[in-house]
Design a protein around this ligand. Sequence first.
Ligand code: B4P
Length: 189
Amino acid sequence: MLNIVLFGPPGAGKGTQSVKLIEKYNLVHLSTGDILRAEVGAKTTLGLQAKAIMDAGNLVSDDIVIGMIENKLDQNKNAKGFIFDGFPRTTAQAEALDVLLNKKNSSITKMLALQVPDEELISRLLLRGKESGRADDASQEVIANRIKTYNDLTAPLIGYYRNQNKFTGINGVGSIDEIFNRLCEAIGY
Ligand code: B4P
């Protein structure tokens, strides 16, 4: 199985590149952000709880997102592999993912980390906020909180995957196709 953790700060291009990677490698796309936004849109109990947390740029609880990923892995038993987009975001999530994959006699193949300077992230997210109306892209303050949350809670996962010899940094500035080619080169075929 090819199991990729596509990693990076908010606005790094994870969602954008995932769409291209799933097509080329025939993988299942698991985006915790997309799953949560679908719950918010459907006004489920989980969505109602998650909305305020997401709108403020904070992380939804580990138990909730780990449960969501477990369900999706169970629903895709015959997948050739997965792109994990926006997950894991904390050490507890990374450890839980290792346990879930281990139960399937599988593991993470690589963590590909998109690297983009903060000023570029902020301008991409503000632009998307104008076009899409996403509440968490609308204000500089919320974007700054998302970047801080990334630095405090999520960036330490680079060390987690580096210790397993699975980390590869990817320059995330350039055209979408240039970045896609860099990712494919890192995957190796
Ligand atoms: P996500 O949906 O994961 O939000 P994101 O980090 O902003 O998305 P992404 O990084 O994929 O955006 P993209 O680069 O594609 O999470 C949203 C919220 O959900 C979180 O804040 C949290 O509350 C919650 N959540 C999600 N997962 C969680 C978890 N595991 N645990 C707890 N909470 C969780 O795109 C950004 C923009 O850049 C787009 O407009 C795109 O068009 C543009 N862009 C992309 N590539 C570009 C390029 N090369 N050049 C210029 N622009 C580019």
